[in-house]
Design a protein around this ligand. Structure first.
Ligand code: OFO
Length: 169
C-alpha cells in the first residue's frame, strides 16, 4: 500500500509527464506547419514517449493500491521563434522534470518506500539520457546558426535520432 505522501508525489509526476507529452505534441504540430517534417516526427515520437512515462506511473500507482489521477492540462505555447528557441524550451523543460524526479526520489527515501525508490530509478536514468540528447541538439543548432542549408540537413537527420529508451521495461 502506498503512503499518502508517496501517492500524492506520484500523482504530481503523472501530471508533469502528461504535460510534457502535451507540450511536445504542440511543438510537433508547430514544426509540421513550418515545413519542418523531420523535427515534427521527432517531437511526435517524444510526445508519445512522455505519454508512456505517464502511463507507467498510472499503472504503478494503481497496482500498489493507490488511485492514479488523470490530470487536467494547460494549453502549451502555440508557436516558437525558431528551432533553437523550441529546443532550448525543451531542454529547460527536461531540466525542470529532472529536478522534480529528484524531489520524488527524496520523498521515497524520507518515507522509506524503497519499492517506489527502485521503480523511480528508471526515470532517473531516462532523464540523464533526455537531457544529454537535448544538449547535443542545442550544440548542433548553435553550430548551424541561421544557415539555411544546415537547418535543412538538421531537419532531415533529426527524424532518425532515437530518444534512447526502451519503454517496454
Ligand atoms: Fe518523461 O522524460 Fe522527459 O520529461
Amino acid at each position: 500500500m502506498l503512503k499518502d505522501k508517496i501517492e500524492t508525489a506520484l500523482n504530481d509526476q503523472i501530471r508533469i509527464e502528461a504535460q510534457s507529452s502535451q507540450i511536445y505534441l504542440a511543438m510537433a504540430s508547430w514544426a509540421e506547419t513550418e515545413g519542418l517534417g523531420g523535427t515534427a516526427q521527432f517531437l511526435y515520437k517524444h510526445s508519445d514517449e512522455e505519454r508512456m512515462h505517464m502511463l507507467k506511473l498510472v499503472q504503478y500507482v494503481n497496482e500498489r493500491g493507490g488511485k492514479a489521477l488523470v490530470p487536467q492540462l494547460s494549453q502549451p505555447d502555440r508557436s516558437y521563434e525558431s528551432l533553437t528557441n523550441l529546443f532550448q524550451t525543451l531542454l529547460n523543460h527536461e531540466i525542470m522534470v529532472s529536478g522534480e524526479i529528484n524531489n520524488l526520489v527524496e520523498v521515497c527515501l524520507n518515507e522509506k518506500d524503497y519499492t517506489t525508490h527502485n521503480f523511480m530509478q528508471w526515470y532517473v536514468a531516462e532523464q540523464i539520457e533526455e537531457e544529454a540528447l537535448a544538449r547535443t541538439i542545442m550544440d548542433k543548432l548553435n553550430m548551424i546558426g541561421e544557415d539555411k542549408g544546415g537547418l535543412y540537413l538538421f531537419d532531415r537527420d533529426i527524424e532518425s535520432i532515437s530518444l534512447t529508451v526502451d519503454n517496454t521495461k
